[in-house]
Design a protein around this ligand. Structure first.
Ligand code: UDP
Length: 239
């Protein structure tokens, strides 16, 4: 049951920037679009776990450049991701009736469950969407790394890396008009060609553990469902 048969359990990584619709805060229009597409997939029986970034609120590195202590800045960044998680939970449950649990790597019992991997798996088996917040809970890491780590620990078959571009290109398509989109590429080739799919920590976790990554355009309606069905969209990175 490889990609052609579709995936049973996926980890969807969403960048925070998209959630903000280009500015600081949460853009309800974008969250609604994403929630609708996730709901569509869940009703087909696929199990969906989600990791959301926080770039629409704070990035530790940017706060550090403005003089803040890096670790504290990173905690601020992690807390930002939780707001995105709650926004997505709200749209999934209220608009689509999809049961959703948020689990955070930094405990905050009033708003979310703690990250408990076996419990997360249980939720998924019951058809609930599980949204992981606060990254891996440690400064100096990224939510891409959280996506890779959670995917491995909960036994997801693939990381679906949602972007604002169609996939992995030979060069930056914004700078080079001749850049070509890869259909498929290996983890090793990504490294050898110096391409950037995710940050180095996230990428090496996937490479070392043979975790495939599909990089695809979130802004194309229906793409999440296509990826989960095993249709070849975007770029498949595998070993
Ligand atoms: N962050 C962190 N540890 C983690 C995940 C995130 O310290 O495990 C912090 C880091 O400062 C990062 C911010 O949270 O800049 C927001 O996450 P990220 O930049 O990954 O969000 P995205 O770019 O996906 O929106």
């Amino acid at each position: 049951d490889g990609p052609s048969a579709g995936y049973r359990r996926v980890l969807l990584k969403l960048g925070g920037e998209m959630f903000g619709g280009g500015s600081v805060g949460v853009d309800p229009g974008v969250v609604e679009t994403v929630a609708r597409q996730i709901a569509e997939v869940v009703t087909t029986g696929a199990q969906v776990a989600v990791v959301i970034g926080g770039g629409n609120f704070f990035r530790g590195e940017e706060l550090q450049q403005r003089g803040m202590d890096r670790a504290r800045a990173d905690y601020i960044g992690m807390l930002g991701t939780v707001m995105n998680c709650l926004a997505l939970q709200d749209f999934l449950e209220r608009e689509h009736g999809i049961e959703t649990r948020v689990q955070t790597a930094i405990t905050m019992g009033q708003v979310a469950e703690a990250y408990i991997p076996r419990r997360a798996i249980r939720h998924l088996e019951k058809g609930r969407v599980v949204i992981f917040g606060a990254g891996v809970g440690m400064p100096y890491f990224s939510t891409d790394t959280a996506g890779a780590q959670r995917a491995l620990e909960i036994g997801a078959e693939v990381v679906l890396l949602a972007k604002g571009v169609d996939g992995v290109y030979t060069a930056d398509p914004k700078l080079d008009p001749d850049a070509k989109l890869y259909d498929e590429i290996t983890h090793r080739e990504v490294l050898e060609q110096g391409l950037k799919v995710a940050d180095a920590t996230a990428f090496s976790l996937c490479m070392d553990n043979r975790m495939p990554i599909i990089v695809f355009n979130l802004l194309v309606e229906g793409n999440i469902a296509r990826a989960v069905r095993g249709e070849r969209i975007g770029t498949l990175v595998s070993t």
